[in-house]
Design a protein around this ligand. Structure first.
Ligand SMILES: [Zn+2]
Length: 738
């Protein structure tokens, strides 16, 4: 130890000290002592410096990590707030429009009048002559014309009706009865309350109505078959079977029966919707108790579908000679069922599912993308530059028209590291290989490989990866062209040793017509919002075949397969499965030629959508990763049929709503549509390369475009689930994908 440190120590004669030490044992003790003291001191400072070095290195690592995680980072609090915001906005969109639509619909819905219920009318005509059966007009349409609530036809809770309105409604109900050829025995109020003016209006129609005061009205004191040509207003008369339509327990039934036996009401109210075997049993018990002194009032007789239930009650009335008042609704906003069309569980489910599916992700994604965009910083790549060798892989099949341009584009990449270009000609039958060969002959960094027969893009890519010498491989299509700075921008992400793959940003290069512009919106939205947010977690799900960089050693290990029709999606999932992080570089542009016609667009989308289905089905493990994007994809597949149901229900709604339909659509559609339009504009805005803001004006058309794509998805989900599969042109041939 002394020997080594002594060489550092400047003692005035280090060499002699050194040699003396070595050859001569006659070394003064004080020197040894002094030297080791100094040595120890120095050693201590070295230890100290090393410690400091470690701290500094640690700090640097932390800074590096922070610089890189500036890309990743959403704090837990931000995630929670964004999700909360999503939930709140979605809830508003779900619950607010119905608040407006229900009164609106009740005002505007065309009514079904009794004369259209032919089965019911003919039955009523048949029984109206029976001495103990009485027909009653049950209001006009059984609901408050102001807010649509039932039970308050003449005393709407939100405001009283004018005397003209009362007059009109009573008259209209009576007129419909006359039109049906039905004799009116009495008037049966819908609802539990009435306005004194109603009685005066009614007295115009019924010559000598007996107006009862409340105390007299507890059970009308009518007996036997006396005429019921009186107003039947119910205060306190009994109904034991309300909401029995879904059945009740034996205990509930027994309780109601005991109560009935105790009360012995002179008038029993029952709703036709509640006619079940249990209700009929109770009615029989009532008939046994009261006999001809009893009166049953059967409310809400409205539709043909209620004839059977009505018949059963009539049979009891006949058998026990009980008086039966049939309270018939002359006009109704419902059609065919006792449930309102708008409160139907199906419509509700459709509404909730479609809005939350559509609104929630968007409301979460927009602030997410904005937070991420604000945080996005890349100083790391700047002060710690990284220029690994890059191989550009160009698989080509019959691309004599575009191959030269693709090669030129690759050659003109502005990248400080070295670039090699590997063209894999997948058995083309045209001049593709010859063109590639001339470039290869001229440039040392271009390699042209010819495959004897066409084996598909995935195979060509594997060959290309096998030949690649660069640390990073970039693959692209020959129908897309990389921006000159695309590669250098993508490469910066690989500084993070956990990143295995980087997606570029694919934009439409041929914005020629409406269809390509709509596709441009779609490309921008799916990448600036969805993929951008995925990238904030370094978990991009699909790296597009048109512009992607991957570590070559990963690509050599994971083969690209043709088990799906979208090898890029399948490949990305496989890389993710190996534990690699996958990001997106939104500024690495690749201009692609989008289909200009509807036919070719549908062919392309059939492949994309079907390929995605195949991919998530193959990579079922991904659903267990609790990745929100995978769950979203699964959910979209499961719920896609609802879109179809929704579309089918549109003409149905149109039929029910008539002229009110456009207004209805507007009321329901306004909020979701506004959100779609805003998200569209925001998504387009997030793309800061080139002026695309004008595209936001196409958002209304984009909604229709999306609907079309959803329909396509429904069809493909069906083809996938039934294992019928689809036929697709791939490479040179038509393949049948299952
Ligand atoms: Zn009623």
């Amino acid at each position: 130890m002394a020997k080594r440190t002594s060489s550092f120590v400047h003692t005035g004669q280090p060499q002699s000290a050194w040699t003396a030490d070595k050859t001569n044992s006659n070394v003064p003790v004080y020197f040894e002592h002094e030297a080791s003291k100094q040595a120890r001191k120095l050693h201590q400072s070295i230890v100290k410096l090393e410690k400091e070095k470690r701290t500094l290195l640690g700090e640097m690592k932390a800074l590096e990590a922070r610089a890189m995680h500036g890309w990743t980072g959403m704090s837990r609090r931000q995630v929670y707030s964004v999700v909360m915001l999503g939930i709140i906005v979605t809830a508003i969109v779900i619950f607010v429009p119905p608040l407006f639509i229900v009164p609106f619909a009740s005002e505007n819905l065309p009514l079904t009048t009794l004369d259209k219920q032919t089965k019911l009318v003919s039955y009523l005509r048949e029984i109206q002559s029976y001495s103990n059966i009485f027909l009653a007009v049950h209001g006009y349409d059984h609901k408050c014309p102001i807010d649509g609530s039932t039970g308050y036809e003449f005393t709407c809770p939100t405001g009283e009706l004018s005397i003209e309105e009362i007059n009109w409604r009573i008259n209209a109900g009576i007129e419909i009865f006359k039109k049906c050829g039905l004799e009116i025995d009495t008037y049966a109020f819908p609802g539990q309350d009435y306005d004194q003016r109603v009685l005066s209006v009614l007295s115009n129609y019924y010559p000598t109505p007996s107006v009862y005061n409340k105390t007299n009205l507890i059970g009308l004191g009518l007996t036997g078959n006396s005429s019921l040509t009186d107003l039947i207003i119910y205060y306190g008369f009994k109904e034991y079977t309300w909401m029995w339509r879904n059945g009740v327990s034996q205990e509930q039934f027994q309780n109601a029966l005991n109560q009935l036996k105790q009360d012995k009401p002179s008038l029993l109210l029952v709703h036709v919707q509640d006619i079940t075997n249990q209700t009929l049993d109770l009615l029989k018990e009532y008939a046994l108790i009261q006999g001809s002194a009893g009166i049953i009032r059967l409310d809400d007789v409205t539709f043909d579908s209620q004839v059977e239930a009505t018949k059963k009650v009539v049979d009891i009335a006949m058998a026990y000679n009980v008086s039966l008042v049939l309270a018939v609704i002359p006009a109704s906003p419902y059609a065919g069922t006792s449930n309102s069309f708008f409160s139907g569980p199906m419509i509700n489910a459709l509404w909730v599912i479609s809005t939350s599916l559509f609104v929630f992700p968007i409301v979460v994604m927009i602030p997410w993308a904005f937070i991420f965009k604000m945080k996005k910083r890349k100083p790391y790549a700047k002060w710690n530059p990284h220029y690994p060798a890059v191989s550009i892989i160009l698989p080509a099949y019959n691309e004599e028209k575009t191959i030269a341009q693709s090669i030129e584009r690759s050659l003109s990449q502005r990248y400080r590291g070295s670039i090699e270009i590997v063209i894999v000609d997948d058995g083309s039958t045209d001049r593709t290989y010859d063109i590639a060969k001339t470039y290869a002959d001229k440039h040392a960094n271009i390699k042209a490989i010819r495959l004897e027969k066409n084996q598909g893009k995935s195979h060509a890519l594997n060959i290309g990866f096998a030949q690649a010498k660069g640390e990073i491989s970039v693959f692209s299509d020959t129908d897309s062209s990389l921006a000159p700075d695309a590669i250098s921008r993508m490469i910066s992400h690989f500084k993070d040793s956990e990143v295995g793959m980087v997606a570029g940003m694919v934009v439409v290069g041929n914005e020629k017509n409406l269809l390509t512009r709509l596709q441009q919106i779609e490309y921008l939205l799916s990448q600036t919002l969805i993929r951008f947010c995925q990238s904030s977690q370094k978990n991009v799900l699909i790296c597009p075949g048109a512009c992607t960089a991957v570590r070559t050693d990963i690509a050599k290990k994971i083969t690209v397969t043709d088990r799906t029709v979208t090898e890029d999606a399948d490949f990305t999932f496989s890389v993710w499965k190996e534990g690699w992080k996958i990001c997106q570089e939104p500024e690495a542009l690749s201009y692609t030629e989008a289909p200009t016609g509807l036919g070719s667009l549908i062919t392309q989308r059939k492949r994309w959508l079907y390929g995605s289905l195949q991919t998530i089905a193959i990579h079922k493990w991904a659903a267990r990763e609790r990745n929100p994007w995978v769950l979203k994809a699964w959910l979209e597949c499961f719920l896609s049929p609802f879109v179809l149901i929704f579309l089918v229900s549109l003409p149905l709604q149109c039929f029910f709503l008539g002229s009110a339909f456009p207004l209805f659509l507007l009321t329901y559609g306004l909020l979701p549509f506004t959100i779609l339009a805003i998200s569209g504009a925001v998504g387009i805005r997030l793309f800061n390369k080139g002026k695309k803001s004008k595209l936001a004006f196409l958002m209304p058309l984009y909604a229709a475009y999306q609907l079309m794509m959803n329909l396509l998805l429904v069809w493909l989900v069906l083809a996938f689930v039934t294992k019928r599969g689809i036929r697709l042109p791939r490479g040179g041939k038509i393949i049948h994908a299952i």
